[in-house]
Design a protein around this ligand. Structure first.
Ligand code: AOF
Ligand code: ZN
Length: 356
């Protein structure tokens, strides 16, 4: 039975994957309704305010849901948020059995969705299915750790240089790697960079790849500039769209309307982003900001795109910090090495995995 359950949870996971570029701040959830081994309805989470996966699947089944089994990647919600509880929708539709892959870590749910269904006579089963956990690591992090899931991305040469001494850096990695970075951005609710990068590259840090739009609409991440002195030029491209400038208390004013006082700590950036309901955060910056994050103990993943080129010892380093003894070296845990065009993408876990 567990094998059949996992097979249908895998179909539900395919649905959940369709929602990842649009669901935040909600988790992306997939749901399939099954009757006699036949999938009769499919659904995934709509952008915030829209129907959840279960409601979409029930609608897709067009009145055939009575007596069916619902396979959901996340426990059905049981409270009124922006939308009514899915537990009620499942009961109204007459679903007989619900199989859940992950308990919803939201404090108003945490098993209560399952208990509520059970009390109403529905057969409920929690079948832990690890492949679903990755999709909502950001949502889970925010609910259980009170901070977003954090990824640092660095593009470097074989000898670990990110730019020439002059700052010249476009482009070290190839077009395929840069297209892959579009995916990292699309998965992120916020992107953090530094004033050095803004002044040197005038980046947009937006998602522009059609693969990540939904019906032609892009969900752009909030861009955050660590700009202690508020030196971001008023015509900087990063100020187009949602952008937050973090500054110190002796900074002069700025005409931009979204600025915030910042004490220089990574923890306070993450507190601010948690308040803004950011699930996943991407750091795309130079050596100073990358160092600030890597040394904070608050980074979950490091992604390095390594180009087959040597830039030499005068090039800029990946991180600005100096380490004197091997004992103080930063240990990393290599999770994946993949070839992306001519480059290599190395994915490292920086902290232990989140508890499920
Ligand atoms: C589900 N199915 O597809 C998702 C769920 O404000 P609302 O009404 O959109 O509710 C958001 C909460 O619902 C979110 O914090 C999380 O606990 C849960 N997400 N639940 O049954 C879904 N996305
Ligand atoms: Zn729901």
């Amino acid at each position: 039975m567990i094998e059949v359950d996992c097979a249908f949870l895998a179909v539900a996971l395919e649905q959940a994957r369709k929602g990842i570029y649009g669901a935040s701040p909600n988790p992306s959830v997939g749901c399939v309704l099954v009757r006699g081994n036949e999938v009769i309805g499919r659904g995934f989470t709509s952008p915030a305010g829209g129907p959840h996966a279960e409601v979409c699947a029930i609608r897709d089944a067009g009145g055939r849901a009575r007596g069916a089994t619902a396979y959901v990647t996340l426990e059905p919600c049981c409270f009124y948020g922006r939308t009514p509880p899915c537990t009620e929708a499942l009961l109204d539709a007459g679903v007989a059995r619900v199989v859940v892959a992950e308990i919803d870590p939201h404090p108003d749910v945490r098993g209560e969705g399952m208990r509520m269904l059970e009390r109403a006579g529905v057969e409920v089963e929690h079948v832990p299915f690890d492949p679903v956990l990755q999709i909502n690591r950001g949502f889970r992090s925010r609910q259980t750790r009170g901070r977003p899931w954090v990824r640092v991305k660095i593009a470097a040469s074989l000898d670990g240089r990110t730019a020439m001494a002059s700052g010249e850096s476009q482009w070290i990695t190839g077009p395929e790697a840069r297209a892959d970075v579009q995916r990292l951005r699309a998965e992120s609710c916020a992107i953090v960079t530094g004033i050095g990068t803004v002044l040197a590259d005038d980046p947009q840090l937006t998602v522009r790849d059609e693969r990540f739009s939904r019906d032609g609409v892009f969900r752009q991440p909030l861009r955050v500039v660590l700009d202690r002195g508020l030196r971001t030029p008023t015509d900087a491209r990063i100020l187009d769209g949602e952008c937050l400038l973090l500054h110190s208390d002796d900074a002069a004013g700025h005409s931009h309307d979204d600025t915030c006082l910042w004490d220089g700590e990574v923890r306070s950036i993450l507190d601010l982003l948690t308040e803004r309901e950011a699930n996943e955060v991407l750091v795309e910056a130079g050596a100073t900001v990358a160092q600030l994050f890597m040394s904070s103990g608050l980074v979950d993943e490091l992604v390095v795109y390594q180009a087959p080129v040597i830039l030499g010892a005068s090039g800029r380093p990946m991180l600005s910090g100096c380490i004197d003894t091997l004992a103080e070296a930063h240990p990393l845990d290599l999770r994946e090495a993949a070839r992306i065009g001519e480059d290599t993408r190395l994915t490292f876990a920086v902290r232990p995995d989140l508890p499920a």
